[in-house]
Design a binder for this molecule. Sequence first.
Ligand SMILES: [Zn+2]
Length: 197
Amino acid sequence: MTESNRGIVFLDRDGTLNVEVNRLCSPDRLELIPRAGEAVRRLNHAGFLAVLVTNQSIIARGECSEARLEEIHDRLKKLLAEEGASLDAIYYCPHHPDPDPDPDPESDAAIARFKIQCDCRKPGTGMIKRALADFSLVSSDAWMIGDTTVDLKTAQNAGIRSILVHTGYAGTDRRWTVQPDHEFSDLYEAVEFVISS
Ligand SMILES: [Zn+2]
């Protein structure tokens, strides 16, 4: 496991690291936001852990398999590697509690285990807590960078510092009333701030 001497930065995926695409389920559609690869490389070199935390309820909705999600994350890792950057870990929540509006007995059996009320779906803190435990870190070591109020609420719930980026939804999703600790135009600017803090 990678050693961190500066702390851990949790990164949202869609709209923060890669261009927001509604219900992304094809590796070909994944595209990094400008300077996002460079931002992750800066974190790597500055001694921060860069850890992805993403809600992927498309698994529970039967719109994307876990194997396909792996392919998407493989492409993400490849695109980052081309920029000399890497993620230290990827955590995703495949769950969603809502009943299927369009039941299909055949596929439903395969995804039934994902249709639960979990503690990892952001703004739940399950993924954050697991990562902090996995890397033997505490909440004061951590930052959360994301483009939605869900990310900000997650950070608030976990007691970690939050940064809103103005890419993706840029905080306009209005699902939670919560203020970020800091705001920057994109991941690169956010990372510059974290590194200089
Ligand atoms: Zn979950």
